[in-house]
Design a protein around this ligand. Structure first.
Ligand code: ACO
Length: 321
């Protein structure tokens, strides 16, 4: 028994913040942002919660899969920016979608690797036979935890949502998943407040992403290279067997480095970071949906999904689409 992606969906909020807009907010330039990150613009949720963004992405994915909401028996929602401390965003989404069949619903927090963690978890549930139809979500409203006066971080992040429907299938789908973490790197990338730590800052609306960008960059390139090797070796595959790389969309230079490691032409790499910046847990399903809907990714293609993020966390999924 396999789990197989039968539908993809995504959503970006309407408001767009361009590099030129940012030039008016902090000491930066369009040229600096483009050269260092590849980002041209990002989308910002205004009066929309993370589960609202996810709802649109989920409906699009369900429509492509030809499923109704109550066919879903498992919702796994990757987010670092949940609507509330509780209920989980998965439960809030369940309510929004009108799912009243008692489907299991929970959140996963692995920052930018969240979607890969969620996909890996859903795959294991389905392979075990306990569940048949999962909605796997990555959605974020990171703009709420960005310090808009810090040019080192505010140019990087954006809001958005992506979703897949994962169904039990005898046909090969998810071939393998690989997830890892190392909590000793806490200080390189974190939000500086939470419920049981620096709560005053959270209450004051001063809980912000803090990042030592250069060090994160180097770790990301090194670690993503290793996960590519691990994934290929586990499946006894060569680099040339991969049709599409669907990477976490953090920085074009990190993506280029991973493509180089795979000796892969950028023509076979899905790149959307220019259009929406780093949307953390949402970025991989956003990129996947983009390339499925524009016809680049076809049924039967072999995809390598990979991500790296706060924690540090990192992971990959090898997928027969
Ligand atoms: N505009 C203009 N100058 C800037 C800006 C900006 N927006 N931001 C920083 N600078 C300056 C710095 O102050 C520094 O100036 P100095 O030399 O006078 O001190 C100079 O530019 C170079 O700064 P670096 O930090 O060394 O620049 P770098 O080339 O490393 O690029 C960046 C910074 C884009 C953040 C890069 O390090 C990066 O992408 N890091 C990885 C981020 C990432 O991938 N995160 C993934 C996970 S995210 C998550 O999990 C939530």
């Amino acid at each position: 028994m396999f789990s197989r992606i039968t539908g993809t969906g995504s959503y970006l909020p309407e408001k767009i913040l361009t590099n030129h807009d940012l030039e008016k907010m902090v000491d930066t330039t369009d040229q600096w942002i483009l050269e260092r990150t590849g980002i041209q613009k990002r989308h910002i949720a205004e009066n929309q919660t993370t589960s609202e963004l996810a709802e649109v992405a989920a409906l699009n994915a369900l429509e492509m899969a030809g499923k109704s909401a109550n066919d879903v028996d498992l919702i796994i929602f990757a987010t670092t920016t949940p609507d509330l401390i509780f209920p989980s965003s998965a439960c809030l989404l369940q309510k929004r979608l009108g799912i009243n069949n008692g489907a299991a619903a929970f959140d996963i927090q692995a920052v930018c690797t969240g979607f890969v963690y969620a996909l890996a978890t859903a795959d294991k549930f389905i392979r075990s036979g306990s569940h048949q139809c999962a909605l796997v979500i990555g959605a974020e409203t990171l703009s709420n935890i960005v310090d808009w006066s810090d040019r080192g971080t505010c140019v990087l992040f954006g809001d958005g949502a992506g979703a897949v429907v994962l169904e039990a299938s005898e046909e090969a789908g998810i071939l393998s998943t690989h997830i890892h973490a190392d909590g000793t790197f806490e200080d390189l990338l974190k939000v500086n407040a939470g419920v049981s730590s620096n709560y005053e800052r959270l209450k004051a609306g001063e809980a912000f992403i803090q990042m030592r960008g250069n060090e994160v960059f180097r770790m990301a390139v090194k670690t993503l290279g290793r996960i590519v090797d691990e994934t290929l070796a586990a499946n006894n595959l060569q680099k040339t067997d991969i049709d599409w790389l669907v990477p976490h969309q953090a920085n074009i230079r990190i993506i280029n480095a991973t493509a180089k490691k795979l000796k892969m032409s950028l023509d076979n790499v899905v790149i959307t970071v220019d259009q929406h910046g780093n949307t953390s847990g949402a970025s991989i399903p956003l990129a996947l949906d983009t390339a499925v809907r524009d016809g680049r990714i076809q049924r039967g293609d072999t995809l390598l999904l990979e991500g790296f993020g706060g924690g540090f966390t990192w992971g990959s999924a090898l997928v027969k689409f």
